[in-house]
Design a protein around this ligand. Structure first.
Ligand code: NAG
Ligand code: NAG
Ligand code: NAG
Ligand code: NAG
Ligand code: NAG
Ligand code: NAG
Ligand code: NAG
Ligand code: NAG
Ligand code: NAG
Ligand code: NAG
Length: 370
């Protein structure tokens, strides 16, 4: 009897070990490299001295639902989109912030991935380097730092091209360019402005491709006019769209979406072996706003920030403002960013949407299997 128990215990242990190994083997790409803004920053801005508090999230209530309830620099109550996509891809941990790594660990981390994203940044160099956030890692710096590392890596590791070409490049950027264009009245020719964003995006993607990347997941700016911060700015009711959001801003992101889609399609024809998943976060947010409380979403509060006070809770999040108790029922965590619950739904869609509605032409599961 005792022997039998021990034997089955052993069998159980073996099974557990096997499962653990299987778990490890399930990591679907060797590495994941993350670029963009606060939707995917995991703490780079903590290391930027001149970064003002508006561009950091290294204090409570940020991270209230993270491990140990600790703020980390993630602009969320818990995990953000980069973390949650890394989880879907089977990584044990989210790629660490570039600025947290020493020169030697930077090189070794190339084999599993690094996060270059910086809250406040955008496609244009000036975005995030103006009056609000005074110094962020621009996309130019993010991409430049990656390509430099890719070169060092290539000179020390044979077969590195293979590693990079199998890895996932994950980019979520563009929203801050739109916010600043409207807030700071940076121009009057929308078409010209949007074409400028598309051109700089294409240039970054080409740089990444030349450094050896082949698989790209690009997240388009969503209905950014629906952020509590933007809802709170609308005075005249005729400036609102059907959702009560700042119409002019949602108009810009809606115009930008098809422009990015065309740019990506053209690039994939031009660059041999390039493949991509393009995420329609506008359609995704549309779907949430139309059916907020279905079991696939469970949102009851769509317009107000969980952490914040005043109209739409848009004051900004810090330790002295109120915090909502049921975070998973809120679409927005603070005046700009989704809750862990909301970005988790997006990550799941990005990875595995098979409806053909939200990710084009293929989802990330299909992309990494190529
Ligand atoms: C790290 O690398 C950068 C660029 O390659 C170099 O400028 C810097 O001096 C290095 N830092 C250390 C501590 O070696
Ligand atoms: C890379 O990162 C450093 C900060 O570590 C920054 O000073 C530099 O300008 C960045 N850009 C490039 C192109 O390497
Ligand atoms: C690099 O790898 C290729 C095959 O992947 C091999 O043919 C070549 O000899 C290797 N070069 C060095 C310097 O190890
Ligand atoms: C806006 O810019 C585009 C492209 O540069 C140009 O073709 C168009 O005429 C401009 N529109 C206005 C109203 O100036
Ligand atoms: C944006 O607004 C313009 C006029 O203000 C309108 O013609 C256009 O259809 C709108 N575009 C989108 C995508 O909503
Ligand atoms: C991957 O990209 C190649 C060209 O780079 C294209 O021919 C192929 O159809 C793409 N595969 C998918 C599944 O989109
Ligand atoms: C929504 O709530 C129901 C019931 O509590 C639960 O079964 C479901 O998983 C939740 N959906 C999400 C996306 O969390
Ligand atoms: C929070 O959760 C409680 C209990 O599930 C529910 O009664 C209440 O309506 C929720 N509040 C919001 C704002 O969703
Ligand atoms: C927290 O935010 C509130 C509302 O914007 C503001 O009045 C207060 O000064 C902030 N407190 C700190 C410590 O930043
Ligand atoms: C992905 O979608 C397929 C088909 O709908 C489903 O069978 C599978 O369980 C999903 N996987 C994950 C990780 O959600």
């Amino acid at each position: 009897m005792a022997v039998h128990v021990r034997a089955s215990l052993l069998a159980a242990l073996c099974l557990l070990l096997e499962l653990a190994l299987l778990g490890a083997a399930e990591q679907l790409v060797p590495a994941m490299f993350v670029f963009g803004d606060s939707t995917v920053d995991v703490g780079n801005n903590n290391f930027i001295e001149k970064c003002q508090i508006e561009c950091q999230a290294y204090y409570p209530h940020f991270g209230v639902d993270y491990l140990d309830h600790a703020p980390t620099g993630r602009f969320s109550n818990g995990y953000n989109l980069a973390d949650q996509l890394a989880q879907q891809l089977g990584f044990a941990e989210s790629p660490p912030p570039y600025l947290s790594l020493s020169n030697t660990s930077l090189i070794s981390r190339m084999s599993t991935g690094i996060n270059f994203a910086s809250g406040g940044s955008g496609l244009l160099y000036r975005t995030g380097n103006g009056p609000v956030c005074t110094q962020v890692l621009s996309m130019t710096e993010q991409v430049g730092n990656f390509t430099n590392l890719a070169q060092s890596w290539a000179s020390t590791n044979n077969g590195s091209a293979d590693l990079l070409s199998k890895s996932l490049i994950f980019i979520s950027t563009g929203s801050n360019d739109l916010f600043e264009y409207i807030d700071l009245r940076l121009g009057s020719n929308d078409t010209e402005f949007l074409h400028g964003l598309v051109a700089s995006y294409a240039a970054y993607l080409k740089d990444l491709y030349r450094a050896g990347a082949k698989k790209f997941c690009v997240v388009s700016p969503s209905l950014v006019g629906c952020c509590p911060s933007q809802r709170a700015t609308v005075g005249d009711p005729k400036d609102r769209d059907k959702y009560g959001c700042l119409a002019v801003l949602n108009n810009l992101s809606s115009q930008l979406y098809p422009m990015f889609a065309t740019m990506l399609q053209d690039l994939s024809l031009e660059l041999p072996g390039m493949n991509y998943s393009f995420v329609d976060t506008i359609k995704l947010v549309d779907s949430v706003l139309e059916n907020p409380s279905t079991p696939s979403y469970n949102f009851t509060v769509l317009d107000t920030a969980c952490c914040g006070e005043g109209p739409f809770g848009a004051s900004g999040c810090n330790f002295s403002v109120p915090l909502c108790p049921n975070r998973s029922n809120y679409l927005f965590w603070d005046e700009y960013h989704p809750t862990d619950a909301a970005s988790g739904i997006a990550a799941n869609m990005i990875f595995n949407d098979t409806s053909g509605l939200f990710v084009h032409p293929i989802n990330v599961r299909q992309l990494v299997e190529l």
